[in-house]
Structures are given as C-alpha cells and as structure tokens.
Design a protein around this ligand. Structure first.
Ligand SMILES: *[C@@H]1O[C@H](CO)[C@@H](O)[C@H](O)[C@H]1NC(C)=O
Ligand SMILES: *[C@@H]1O[C@H](CO)[C@@H](O)[C@H](O)[C@H]1NC(C)=O
Ligand SMILES: *[C@@H]1O[C@H](CO)[C@@H](O)[C@H](O)[C@H]1NC(C)=O
Length: 165
C-alpha cells in the first residue's frame, strides 16, 4: 500500500508528455506538408461527438476492469495494458473527429475514471518529497529538451532569414 497511485500518476504523466511531444512533432510536419494548400481548413472539433466517443472508450475500460479482481485495482501491473488501451482509445477517437488530444474534456473524463477506480488507492505524503527515479527523470527530460531545442532552432532560423532578407 505505498506507491500505487504514484505509479498511476507517473504513467499518466508520461503518457501525456510522450503524446504531446509526438503530436507536436506530427503537427509540425503536418503544417510543413499542408502549408502550400492554402484552401485546406481544419474541421472544428465536435464536442458532443467527442463526449460520446470518450464515453465509449470509458465503457470499454470499465468492462475490462470488471474482469480484474477489485483487490488488484491499485496494482499497476494488473491494469497497465487496459489503461494503455483506454488512453490510446481517447487519443485516436479525439483525432478521428479532429479534436486535439489531450483536451479538457478527455482530461476531466480521465479524472472521473481515476476517482471511480483508484480513489481507494493510498497516496503517500512522501510521494512529493521522494526524488523520482533516474529513468523517470531522463524520460521526462528528453521531450522537454527536444522541444526546447526545436523552439531554439525555429527562432534561430527565423532570425537568420531576417538577417538574410
Ligand atoms: C456533432 O455530432 C453530433 C453527433 O454525431 C451531430 O448530431 C451534430 O450534428 C454534430 N454537430 C456539428 C456542428 O457537426
Ligand atoms: C502487483 O502484482 C504483481 C503480480 O502479482 C506483484 O508481483 C507485485 O508485487 C504487485 N505490486 C505491488 C506493489 O504490490
Ligand atoms: C472504496 O471504499 C469504499 C468504502 O470502503 C467502498 O464503498 C467503495 O466501493 C470503494 N471503491 C472502490 C473503487 O474500490
């Protein structure tokens, strides 16, 4: 009964970071490809549809969790793959209907799911004091540095083209 919830947080945090990072990479290359087609317009995110799709993902997750002994609901080992499928589901559904991911609606739904399944998992006070393990730190820092490097590169390139122009 110690760091279960911390594990969940780590998983969610990492998932969001990695996906945000991959998405920012993807959208950057998208805009490169799409820049010449001026007439192309992004469809607007349909929120009621998004709400419905995300709930479908949630129902699938609830069904999968029902197959797991509730005593193990705090043990990440048992629901990791189900949780991953759920997160992936919200992501693909969001993108299939032209909504950004993560988005506030998906986030609040994930919090709802957490309250439902993980509310009884203990959160240790020390978890905020404990230094995260090295692997986690590295995993978190890689996308951060890559993003910073990309921003620096873009700024540098635009300054350079200003000078050249
Ligand atoms: C959003 O999706 C719902 C359900 O699919 C549909 O009924 C509605 O017309 C859509 N709204 C817009 C603005 O496309
Ligand atoms: C979670 O379950 C696995 C498999 O039964 C077990 O090896 C592991 O010790 C459990 N983790 C915790 C934190 O209890
Ligand atoms: C959490 O504990 C309360 C009280 O013991 C219980 O009613 C509830 O069903 C539990 N929730 C989960 C998700 O295990």
């Amino acid at each position: 009964m110690d760091s279960y919830d911390f594990d969940v947080l780590k998983l969610l945090f990492l998932g969001v970071l990695v996906n945000t990072w991959m998405m920012s990479g993807a959208s950057a290359s998208d805009s490169f490809n799409l820049e010449p087609t001026v007439t192309w317009q992004r469809r607007l995110c349909n929120e009621s549809r998004l709400r419905w799709e995300v709930e479908v993902c949630g129902e699938d997750f609830k069904r999968d969790m029902a197959h797991i002994d509730p005593q193990q609901w705090c043990n990440l080992t048992y629901f990791m793959s189900e949780y991953y499928v759920f997160t992936l589901c919200t992501e693909t559904k969001s993108q299939s209907i032209d909504c950004y991911w993560p988005n506030p609606l998906v986030e609040s739904y994930i919090i709802l799911i957490h309250k439902h399944f993980f509310s009884n998992c203990t959160i240790e006070k020390e978890m905020w004091v404990d230094p995260p393990d090295d692997t986690l730190t590295i995993l978190i820092l890689i996308p951060v540095f890559l993003t910073l490097a990309m921003i620096a590169l873009v700024v540098w390139c635009s300054k350079r083209s200003d000078l050249l122009a």
